[in-house]
Design a protein around this ligand. Structure first.
Ligand SMILES: *[C@@H]1O[C@H](CO)[C@@H](O)[C@H](O)[C@H]1NC(C)=O
Ligand SMILES: *[C@@H]1O[C@H](CO)[C@@H](O)[C@H](O)[C@H]1NC(C)=O
Ligand SMILES: *[C@@H]1O[C@H](CO)[C@@H](O)[C@H](O)[C@H]1NC(C)=O
Ligand SMILES: *[C@@H]1O[C@H](CO)[C@@H](O)[C@H](O)[C@H]1NC(C)=O
Length: 378
């Protein structure tokens, strides 16, 4: 046994040996990974694996919601303390579990609308961004960048924002601002449910309802979060491939066989009464998923029979399953990135999505990618 523990690995490196036998360090790592693999295989439903998976995948995505200073999107801080009591420190009380049709989009109606956006000139692709009413910064960043791409490879692209009702003491003031913003930009859709994190499934289904009723002739639509960098050019290249179906198609970053989180301390806790299954059907991660526009009307229809639960992307997966469909991997699945770590012009020129942590990054990266002359890759 090496006396210095961890540094033993390092020391082995400098030992000169003409035959280079396997280093103890390497053997140890091999052993460790084998043990982990065996544990994962032996206890497929253990909480160890659940936690492990949670951290590896869900965590990287959803931690955006848990950061107290999260500057983008409908953060928990937008839940007004007056209408939604502060959750008890341990348990998150999600939506009422006894009302089957709570999430059904036709229960709500649009108070701000753009009824002719899709009719005057049918877009090929509609991008709809769920965003909190107060998050003007995110909307402006998107308007200045990928939301301003109206014609890509000869195809019309339309970007719209979906809002719920503002809550809290400033609700009325905020609503007036929303009305004014709509007059200026004509790109806001607003439905009359309370905008909150736990109501995101309602928001997604209201997006589907709008597409099904106001935009039936578009070919593809995408739900994309407000804290996303989107490379519309690459998305369009993908959609225009001859092998991409124009019907029954949903793609993005695929999530397979993910466990439903039963830990009441988790932000993604879903009680058994809300969803009995312990695994989600295959779904596409909520940061951004694109679908053929024949699906929204069918999602709205089947959602009548699928009990609401508060994980919007998995809920869309449940709608797909009910329709006898499944999301499809895109031709280059690696283009759907949650995090890249660090901005890299070459890599950004190749991806479709990437999560940013500040609205200003969308603008910075966009400017660098689009406005800097020269090839992005060396
Ligand atoms: C996941 O990782 C985070 C930080 O890396 C940690 O705070 C959290 O406790 C971990 N959760 C689980 C279930 O391992
Ligand atoms: C949608 O397409 C159909 C068939 O091509 C056409 O009759 C209809 O007018 C179109 N609707 C809109 C709103 O463009
Ligand atoms: C969108 O693009 C057009 C033309 O490229 C430009 O004139 C306009 O200022 C842009 N809008 C925003 C909000 O940046
Ligand atoms: C969701 O929206 C409904 C309709 O506005 C509202 O009654 C409910 O309180 C909201 N739920 C949460 C958790 O915000």
């Amino acid at each position: 046994m090496e006396k210095q523990g961890g540094s033993g690995c390092k020391r082995q490196v400098v030992v000169e040996s003409p035959v280079r036998p396997l280093r103890p360090c390497f053997i140890f790592l091999l052993f460790l990974s084998t043990v982990i693999l065996i544990i994962l295989l032996a206890f497929p439903d253990s909480s160890f694996q659940t936690d492990w998976w949670e951290n590896l995948s869900l965590y990287t995505y959803y931690r955006r919601w848990t950061k107290p200073d999260r500057p983008l999107g409908p953060s928990p801080t937008t839940i007004p303390p007056t209408t939604v009591p502060a959750p008890p420190s341990t348990t998150i009380r999600p939506l009422p579990t006894n009302n089957y049709h709570f999430g059904y989009p036709r229960n709500y109606h649009f108070i701000v609308d753009e009824p002719d956006k899709c009719n005057t000139q049918t877009p090929f692709l509609v991008l709809i961004v769920p965003v909190a009413p107060g998050n003007l910064a995110a909307r402006d960043a998107i308007r200045r960048t990928w939301g301003n791409e109206t014609l890509v490879q000869g195809k019309k692209v339309q970007t719209l924002f979906m809002l719920g009702l503002p809550g809290g003491p400033d609700a009325q003031k905020l609503q007036e601002k929303v009305n004014q913003e709509s007059q200026v930009h004509h790109d806001l859709l607003q439905s009359n449910f309370l905008d909150s994190y736990l109501n995101l499934t309602i928001k997604t289904m209201v997006i589907m309802d709008w597409l099904a009723t106001h935009c039936t002739n578009a070919t593809y639509a995408m739900k994309i979060d407000s804290d996303m960098f989107l490379n519309v050019e690459n998305l369009m290249t993908m959609l225009l491939r001859p092998d991409i179906p124009k019907m029954n198609y949903l793609t993005g970053m695929l999530m397979w066989n993910r466990p439903v989180i039963r830990n009441p301390n988790s932000k993604w806790y879903v009680p058994v009464e809300m969803l009995a299954d312990n695994r989600y059907p295959t779904y596409t991660l909520g940061m951004g998923y694109v679908f053929s526009n024949d699906l929204p009307v069918r999602f709205v229809e089947v959602s009548k029979d699928i009990k609401l639960f508060n994980i919007e992307d998995a809920y869309v997966g449940a709608c797909m399953k009910k329709l006898g469909l499944s999301p499809t991997n895109s031709p280059d699945p690696w283009q759907w990135k949650a995090y890249l770590g660090k901005y890299n012009r070459c890599e950004f020129s190749k991806v479709i999505t990437y999560i940013v942590s500040r609205s200003s990054q969308i603008v910075d990266y966009w400017m660098d990618l689009k406005k800097t002359p020269g090839s992005p890759c060396p």
